[in-house]
Ligand binder design. Sequence first.
Ligand SMILES: C[S@@+](CC[C@H](N)C(=O)[O-])C[C@H]1O[C@@H](n2cnc3c(N)ncnc32)[C@H](O)[C@@H]1O
Length: 232
Amino acid sequence: MTFTLNKVVPWGRSFDEYVSMFSLTDRDLKKYILGCGDGPASFNATLTRSGGNVVSIDPIYRFSADEIKGKIEATYDLVIEQTSKNRDKFVWESIKTVENLGCVRMKAMNQFLADFSNSEGRYVTAELPALPFEDNAFNISLCSHLLFLYSEQLSSEFHVRSIKELCRIASEVRIFPLLELGGRESRHFGKVIDQLNADGYQCEVEKVTYEFQKGGDKMLRVKSTSCRFSLA
Ligand SMILES: C[S@@+](CC[C@H](N)C(=O)[O-])C[C@H]1O[C@@H](n2cnc3c(N)ncnc32)[C@H](O)[C@@H]1O
């Protein structure tokens, strides 16, 4: 049995999970951050509350909070069932059980829902591979649980275009995880890195402290090697 989903689903992680997935330091958290494909994650809500500057983009932001809540409810049973059937593919340390996973994720997503309706432009409806921001508008772009994870649904060309777009609008891009849904390294990973390197991007794989999918403890950091003014 392999963990599978036939489309990208709205499912949200917490601020603490983002901090460990992306090795975000206190210095990073003071920068201007784009959360790409943030969906119903609570990263934006929590960071904003503590004084940070973050904009999230996601195609689901065209829906109302109630409509997104309905989509989360529809996703919940599916994700819990798939995780249950594939318990052995996950590390049950910080999150102890499938039931605990449901609670932790729902807590984060409820924080998002409460923040979403009153968010003054921090949630922008947009989608990869083209984003409505000026060159170098952000210091860091984060992309969690979209690129590489959905390798079956998204082609290698889509990945390359999307990562270049994220590099256009931010000085640095961080992507997590590098595994597909089933738990193996993304089928596109080698090809995408080769193409980015050939086109003058600097790619580094770094180990992080977060691991929920077994073996999913690495993020990709990408920078354009062309010299550009940085807001850092
Ligand atoms: C599995 S969720 C991850 C949410 C969040 N980043 C997290 O890790 O908690 C994937 C998100 O990607 C969004 N998405 C799907 N296609 C996208 C695209 N082309 N560009 C940006 N986001 C997209 C979905 O709407 C969904 O909210």
